[in-house]
Design a protein around this ligand. Structure first.
Ligand SMILES: Cc1cc2nc3c(=O)[nH]c(=O)nc-3n(C[C@H](O)[C@H](O)[C@H](O)COP(=O)(O)O)c2cc1C
Length: 191
């Protein structure tokens, strides 16, 4: 029986081999308290049998959505080789150890940015952001700094994964995998 997470990994590696720009970019959709969906791109930072991990500002609208409804959908598209992967599942926070380890691995200016950005809040011009970055650099002049309390990782734990492979004349190959116990039930789908 195919494990769609293994296929994801090999498709992801293929996308890199094909030179896809930002193969880790994935659309993340969430739903707010009024049932309205939102979608935005985020970067996949880790994927394994436990799920798909991304990092963000926990005061952002997407994090608000996830507090209200901890479910999300992801969508990757890589072309070439013409493949789409859709994922849905429950979302959980990564451990603080995991978040700290990833934060500490980021370049200095990315860590400064995580401290300086009040993600998705109104900004009074780009100069305001530059001032915030400069002030944060004065506060944390050295390489090491703690992870901001408003910055964390989330893991989408997949319960459905769909693999889509482009074929000529739009006769694309699709298969949906539903998690059943410790395995996956496969169902081919019309394109
Ligand atoms: C290619 C790409 C990758 C992105 N990666 C991230 C990311 O990993 N984390 C993040 O918080 N925002 C990322 N963003 C910005 C988000 O798309 C979005 O603008 C931001 O997170 C605010 O979303 P929200 O207001 O819905 O919470 C990325 C944008 C693009 C275009």
């Amino acid at each position: 029986m195919t494990n769609p997470l293994d296929t994801f990994q090999s498709w992801f590696d293929d996308a890199k081999r094909h030179g896809v720009h930002e193969p880790s970019a994935m659309a993340l959709s969430t739903v707010d308290a009024d049932g309205r969906p939102s979608v935005r791109m985020v970067l996949l930072k880790h994927a394994d049998e436990h799920g798909f991990v991304f990092y963000t500002n926990t005061d952002s609208p997407k994090a608000d959505d996830l507090r209200h409804l901890p479910y999300a959908a992801l969508c990757f598209y890589w072309n070439p080789p013409g493949r789409q992967v859709r994922v849905t599942g429950k979302v959980e926070a990564v451990t603080t150890e995991e978040a700290d380890a990833y934060f500490n691995s980021r370049p200095y200016l990315s860590r400064i940015g995580a401290w300086a950005s009040k993600q998705s809040q109104p900004l009074d011009g780009y100069a305001e952001l530059e001032r915030a970055v400069a002030a944060t650099m004065i506060q944390h002049p050295r390489g090491r700094m703690p992870r901001p309390p408003h910055w964390h990782g989330y893991r989408v734990v997949p319960d459905v994964i769909e693999l889509w492979q482009e074929r000529p004349f739009r006769l694309h190959e699709r298969a949906a995998y539903k998690r059943v116990g410790k395995g996956w039930r496969e169902q081919a789908l019309y394109p």
